[in-house]
Design a protein around this ligand. Structure first.
Ligand code: MN3
Length: 250
């Protein structure tokens, strides 16, 4: 009897959420539909690197020109080429990579690593800009304050996600399916768009904490690199991405 009541409750619970047009918890189909509202949904496994939006030396002294050049022209170029090679002559060559991410366990691990590397760096370049004293404002600042308590507390939480990620990986600020912000970290080239990632959502800010991103200038001092990162965040672009993500999860 107790079991029956629980089942009825469970059915009503899920039915209630399904009626709202969104399965609970959000499934791969939900995420694919949500991602399809983003401009970057047009990216496929055959997409190429976009031009870097600034010169190699534009982020100095936080990121030195040599690091930027190797990072963009060697590391990011290699992920892109490998992704292009892996998807060429497959039936998913022209599928959006965001769609592939929503069911990434179905594909070869090389695709996860290289399509992840392709997209994560593409996003990373856009959310940095030459030092300009920018800071978040408006609805984004309000959401940061509501979620983390203050902007300083957010920087601490995000910074720790990057500093404490063991080995290579990324720190993320993302918009979850409920429109709320969250901070997370992922190993390797994983990201919050992937079905294999625990905290799923639309990333709006990210930081590469692979050694290749900082070793020439900071050597083993990853924490110094993470702390310096705030000087070159392109908050205008993060805000644009935040607004786009909010509309997509609605
Ligand atoms: Mn990198």
């Amino acid at each position: 009897m107790k079991k029956l009541v629980l089942s009825v409750l469970a059915v009503s619970f899920f039915a209630a959420f399904s009626f709202a047009g969104k399965p609970f918890p959000p499934d791969n189909a939900y995420w694919n539909k949500t991602f399809s509202k983003l401009a970057e949904y047009q990216l496929t496994g055959q997409s190429k690197q976009l031009p870097l939006p600034y010169a190699y030396n534009a982020l100095e002294p936080t990121v030195d020109a040599k690091t930027m050049e190797i990072h963009y022209s060697k590391h990011h170029a290699a992920y892109t080429k490998n992704m292009n090679d892996l998807t060429a002559s497959t039936d998913y060559a022209s599928k959006p990579i965001f769609q592939l991410f929503t069911e990434i366990e179905k594909y070869p691990v090389g695709l996860k690593n290289n399509a992840g590397g392709f997209y994560n760096h593409l996003l990373f370049w856009t959310i940095m800009a030459p030092e300009s004293g920018q800071a978040p404002s408006g609805d984004l600042l309000k959401a940061i304050n509501e979620t983390f308590g203050s902007f300083d507390k957010f920087k601490e939480v995000f910074g720790n996600a990057g500093k404490k990620q063991f080995g290579s990986g990324w720190a993320w600020l993302l918009v979850k399916d409920d429109g709320k912000l969250a901070v997370s970290s992922t190993p390797n080239q994983d990201n919050p768009l992937m079905s294999t990632t625990e905290v799923r959502g639309i990333p709006v800010l990210t930081l590469d904490v692979w050694e290749h991103a900082y070793y020439l200038n900071y050597q083993n001092r990853r924490a110094d690199y993470v702390d310096a990162f705030w000087k070159i965040v392109n908050w205008k672009e993060v805000t644009r991405r935040y607004e786009e993500a909010l509309k997509a999860v609605k």
